[in-house]
Write a protein that binds this ligand. Structure first.
Ligand SMILES: [Fe+2]
Length: 217
C-alpha cells in the first residue's frame, strides 16, 4: 500500500542540546569535518564501496553518548512532527562526500533497495551542504528534476526517499560533506518485513534495522 508522501522540508534543531556534529568530529579525531579529505583520499566511490572508507570504520564504532543524543533528538524533535510513536533506524547511515568524489554510488529510490512504503528519510549534515556537495532530490515522484537542497548544520532535511529519486553528483566544491541519514516509520504504519538491507543485511524489522522509540531509552 502506498501512503501519503511527506513534503520535502527542513526542520531546525538546537546544536547545543543535540551536539551530534561535535561528537562525530571527536570520533573522527579531526579539527574540522569539512577538511577530512586532507587526511585520506579515495578514487571515485561506487555502490559497492561507498560505505567502506576509513571514516566509515571510525564512525561505526562511535560510543553510547552519540546514541543517547540521537535518541533524545528523535524523542524531542522528530516524534512531535508525526504525533505518534515511531519506529526508527537504530544505527544512522554515515556518509562522506569528498571533493571530486561521490558519497553514494548511484542515483536511486530507496524502494529499489527493498525499503518499504511508510518510511520517511531524515538527512542531517554535520558540515554546511550546498550545490554539488549536498543531496539532490526530485521535486515529485517521476519528475526527474533532481536539484540540490542546501542545508546547514543544525537542520534536518526530511523527504520521501522511498519514492523520490535522489542521490548526489561529483563534489566540485573544495569542502567535504559529512552527514548521517536515517528513516522513521509511524508506528501505526509499521509492518515487520523479512527483506534485508543491501549493506548490513539486517532485516527491516524491530530488533534488526529498526527500533521502537517508545520501547527504548
Ligand atoms: Fe537513498
Amino acid at each position: 500500500m502506498k501512503l501519503d508522501p511527506v513534503e520535502t522540508a527542513l526542520v531546525d534543531y538546537d546544536l547545543e542540546r543535540y551536539p551530534l556534529a561535535d561528537l562525530v568530529r571527536e570520533q573522527l579525531g579531526v579539527p574540522q569535518l569539512d577538511e577530512i579529505h586532507t587526511t585520506a583520499d579515495y578514487p571515485l566511490l561506487t555502490r559497492e564501496n561507498d560505505q567502506k572508507t576509513v571514516f566509515h570504520e571510525r564512525f561505526y564504532s562511535i560510543g553510547d553518548e552519540f546514541f543517547r543524543v540521537y535518541h533524545r533528538l528523535l524523542v524531542d524533535v522528530v516524534q512531535p512532527l508525526f504525533g505518534e510513536n515511531l519506529i526508527y533506524q537504530r544505527i544512522p547511515t554515515f556518509r562522506v562526500h569528498l571533493p571530486n568524489n561521490v558519497a553514494v554510488g548511484e542515483i536511486h529510490r530507496d524502494r529499489d533497495y527493498s525499503h518499504g512504503q511508510g518510511e520517511v528519510n531524515l538527512w542531517l549534515p554535520f558540515t554546511r551542504a550546498w550545490d554539488s556537495n549536498t543531496v539532490w532530490i526530485e521535486s515529485a515522484e517521476g519528475s526527474g528534476d533532481l536539484r540540490p537542497y542546501a542545508c546547514d548544520v543544525g537542520q534536518i532535511l526530511m523527504f520521501d526517499g522511498v519514492n523520490l529519486l535522489h542521490g548526489n553528483v561529483r563534489n566540485e566544491t573544495d569542502k567535504t560533506r559529512v552527514s548521517v541519514d536515517f528513516r522513521v516509520i509511524r508506528a501505526s504504519q509499521y509492518v515487520a518485513r523479512h527483506a534485508t538491507t543491501i549493506n548490513s543485511k539486517l532485516e527491516f524489522a524491530v530488533g534488526g534495522y529498526f527500533a521502537d522509540l517508545a520501547a527504548t531509552t
